[in-house]
Design a binder for this molecule. Sequence first.
Ligand code: ADP
Ligand code: MG
Length: 239
Amino acid sequence: MSDILRVDGISCRFGGLLANNDISFGVEEGAIMGLIGPNGAGKSTLFSIIAGDRRPTAGRLHYAGRDVTGWRPHQAARAGVGRTFQLMRVFGSMTVAENLATAAYLRHRRRRDAQRRAEEVIAEVGLGELADAPAASLTAGWKKRLEMARAVAVEPRLLLLDEVLSGLTPAEANEAVGIVRRLNERGITVLMVEHVMEIIMPLCDRVVVLDHGEKICAGPPAEVVRDPAVIEAYLGREA
Ligand code: ADP
Ligand code: MG
């Protein structure tokens, strides 16, 4: 399998802070890949660069064999990159179905097509009973589910999930993991930020670890958790 995404020497500077420092890795098409690291490591910044919400200060981004460095969010969405936001971007006064139709507009020009896509996504992620509920009335767990559905609504080839499992009950997290697996089984490549190693280990084919903006390790999860630099930077702190 070839890489659907290649991050080549990506850096992102905020004034004196290098939030991403010369990061390189590839994401193989069809994989579920984990992106881990302590708070402030630069994970969400990298997602913003991949999804076109932020320009890198240096480095190149390749998607589906094309150089897409500096692309805009609508270009990324149309090319099949779906992302969730850690700070959710759900419209509270709109219903679940309306939120998803709004997201689907990024891919579909016609209202009917966007609405049909919204209905498909509602079924796919198990939001059926809440389709007509205002998003603001949802519990935290269901809001997370809606945020994930919003990213799926653009019919992604590459899905970027930023801590969609955090704050969920164990039962909700289990269900969400099942959804991620199903999406992946129908061909969607997943790159996910997640903190709980018990979730990452069985789910991800490979993991990239960031710390202070730098890639400190990459490999299969079983190897990564034994890496001294990872234990020092990340796992040790939790223990
Ligand atoms: P993570 O998602 O791994 O917790 P972030 O990518 O959100 O990390 O942040 C990486 C670093 O960049 C942090 O130190 C954060 O404070 C800083 N940062 C993120 N966004 C901005 C911004 N828009 N302006 C300035 N600093 C930022
Ligand atoms: Mg983050």
